[in-house]
Design a protein around this ligand. Structure first.
Ligand SMILES: [Zn+2]
Length: 287
């Protein structure tokens, strides 16, 4: 075995387990820490969008916790209380076991990881996850309700509020923050002269979330400005939100949005009547 390790064909995880070099680094780190990759890290591996993927989320059995500190970049996320953990309910579930907490398994299934996330993370982080699972058709809302049935009232509320139309992490955060303040937000609507709009508040306040990766090129930059010009000419107000505006200076951002709402400018009827929802994306089921 040492020969394979010396040649870089195997990586030693612990005294009895080894991994191929292409194994996900999060799994390697979790097992090296005596635990299982779970929560946001396991969800990310399953294709679910998460707010912050810079930390490795690990669960570890109680017997392995004593006397050990976590390595840098690792956080411990505990299991839900026993009464909130569902039993294995069918043969199919046993085979795929997406919601079973195997003690020495290197990676939690998507349902187990979601329940761990609901136990350890904030409403905002969960809103991002739940929106992504619905948008990408990874789970239906009914499946999420069933999966989290008995977990907590908070989980049930968040599933009810999740939005299958949120297309990006930034959009999910903005929608969650505004709806938490009682602002009604419609997502992914189509306006004939403008095309698809991220969010509409009232009749005429357009919110566009601009992740730099998708808006950095010259053509997109030019097209965004053209749409803004047309929108203003039609009577819309347009606010473009970057990561910095949402995660860095939100208090100033929400103050500007609130000033439009408090003067009821968002209720002005634009010249072109909005909005019809765009169709949902095609089904691509993960796990
Ligand atoms: Zn976590």
């Amino acid at each position: 075995m040492n020969t394979f390790i010396d040649r870089g064909e195997l990586v030693r995880l612990d005294r009895s387990r080894f991994a191929l070099p292409q194994t996900d680094p999060g799994i390697v780190k979790a097992v090296s820490e005596g635990g299982t990759l779970t929560c946001m890290s396991a969800l990310k591996l399953a294709g679910v969008a998460v707010l912050d993927d810079s930390i490795v989320h690990v669960r570890r059995p109680p017997c392995r916790r004593r006397g050990r500190d976590w390595a840098d970049g690792v956080t411990e996320c505990g299991l839900p209380p026993r009464r909130q953990t569902p039993p294995i309910i069918s043969t199919a579930a046993t085979q795929s076991a997406p919601h079973t907490y195997w003690p020495d398994h290197p990676l939690d299934g998507i349902d187990a990881a979601l329940r761990v996330a609901c136990t350890n993370h904030s409403d905002e982080e969960l809103a991002v996850v739940l929106d992504s699972m619905l948008y990408n058709r990874i789970r239906t809302r009914a499946e999420l309700h069933e999966l989290l049935d008995g977990h907590s009232k908070r989980s049930a509320r968040l599933v009810a509020l999740a939005n299958a139309g949120s297309e990006s992490v930034l959009e999910s955060i903005v929608r969650h923050r505004l709806t938490s303040r009682g602002v009604s937000v419609r997502t992914q609507i189509h306006i004939p002269s403008l095309g698809r709009i991220d969010m509409l508040v009232g009749r005429s306040l357009l919110l566009e979330t601009d992740g730099y990766a998708f808006h950095a090129d010259r053509e997109t930059f030019r097209e965004d400005r053209r749409r803004d010009r047309i929108a203003v000419a039609l009577g819309y107000s347009v606010i473009r939100l970057s990561w910095e505006h949402v995660l860095g200076t939100w208090s100033q951002t929400v103050a500007d949005i609130s000033s439009i709402i408090s003067t009821r400018r968002h209720l002005r009827r634009p010249r072109e009547h909005p909005p019809a929802r765009i169709p949902a994306p095609p089904i691509t089921r993960a796990c």
